[in-house]
Design a protein around this ligand. Structure first.
Ligand code: SAM
Length: 273
């Protein structure tokens, strides 16, 4: 089908959004996405752990921003298909007045997002390419919800690793840094290079499937956040990013040993000084 923006949904080619949806247990995917997802599960058995650790860190970061800062407007870049706890649901649970603009390049996100994410007048779905930040910032639906004179939370959750080096991921972050006022927050989660065979294999499978997917070291991820103050505990494996203090041995991401896979996704939160 065609969306109202004119980008076709192609059920014959795998999409990053739909494969990720499949890994998270969602239903917005086609046979071709499940085939790729099954290759990931077979060759990269940690794919599920990476997806869930990423999603959990994003959820914690939104909650932290909503409960410990005054920021009430979020731009979620590369938001993906709707899943269990979407950014506006987490933010509005803690701060009901929170406004969220979802941005994704995948036409399926627009179709399902309009139905499932725009559940109230404080959320919008903008179809756009993260590599064109100016188009996102000046989009009428963005301007309806976001006041750029007030601090914003810009969420780069599992999106910058889909931007190759020559596409200037640091320049994208810098654009947003320069557009938002001091006191704005930047969340980043990112494929984390372990310089090990798992990393090499994961990068190979991603590049082969989608022509993109860059594993970066903590240092390389930090350098994407130039001019921002990276908050404690820094850029760390996602399960180690402000883990919930819970009394169960299988859920204490701060204490238990991580699997080799859980080291392959990093998370961090930064603030514009
Ligand atoms: N942010 C969500 C999360 O962390 O759970 C979803 C991450 S999912 C792995 C990556 C998303 O980025 C997909 O929905 C994909 O369509 C989107 N994406 C990939 N390249 C993009 C681009 N150039 N512009 C906008 N979105 C893009």
């Amino acid at each position: 089908g065609m969306t109202d923006e004119g980008s076709p949904i192609d059920p014959t080619r795998p999409s990053i959004a739909r494969v990720y949806d499949y890994l998270l247990g969602g239903k917005d995917n086609y046979a071709v996405d499940r085939q790729v997802g099954d290759v990931f599960k077979r060759d990269l058995p940690g794919s599920l752990a990476i997806a869930f650790a990423n999603r959990a860190a994003l959820t914690r970061a939104v909650r932290e921003i909503a409960t410990t800062t005054g920021v009430r407007q979020f731009i979620d870049l590369g938001s993906g298909l709707p899943t269990a706890d979407n950014v506006h649901q987490v933010a509005q649970r803690h701060a009901p007045e929170s406004r969220v603009v979802y941005v994704d390049i995948d036409p399926q996100v627009l179709v399902h997002g309009r139905a499932l994410l725009e559940q109230n007048d404080r959320t919008r779905v903008v179809p756009a390419d993260v590599r064109d930040p100016e188009a996102i910032r000046t989009h009428p639906e963005t301007l309806e919800l976001i006041d750029f004179d007030r601090p914003v939370a810009v969420m780069f959750s599992a999106i910058l690793h889909h931007v190759n080096d020559e596409e200037d991921p640091a320049g994208i972050v810098r654009y947003w840094r320069d557009q938002v006022p001091s006191g704005s927050y930047f969340f980043v989660s990112h494929f984390r290079s372990g310089n090990n065979p798992e990393t090499a294999e994961a990068e190979r499978v991603l590049q082969q499937t989608f022509g993109r997917g860059r594993w970066r070291t903590d240092k390389e991820i930090e350098s994407l956040l130039d001019g921002l103050e990276i908050l404690a505990p820094g850029i760390v494996p996602a399960p180690r990013w402000r883990p919930e203090v819970v009394d169960s041995p299988w859920n204490s991401g701060g204490e238990r040993e991580l699997t080799v896979w859980e080291h392959l996704i990093a998370a961090g939160l930064a603030r514009k000084p």
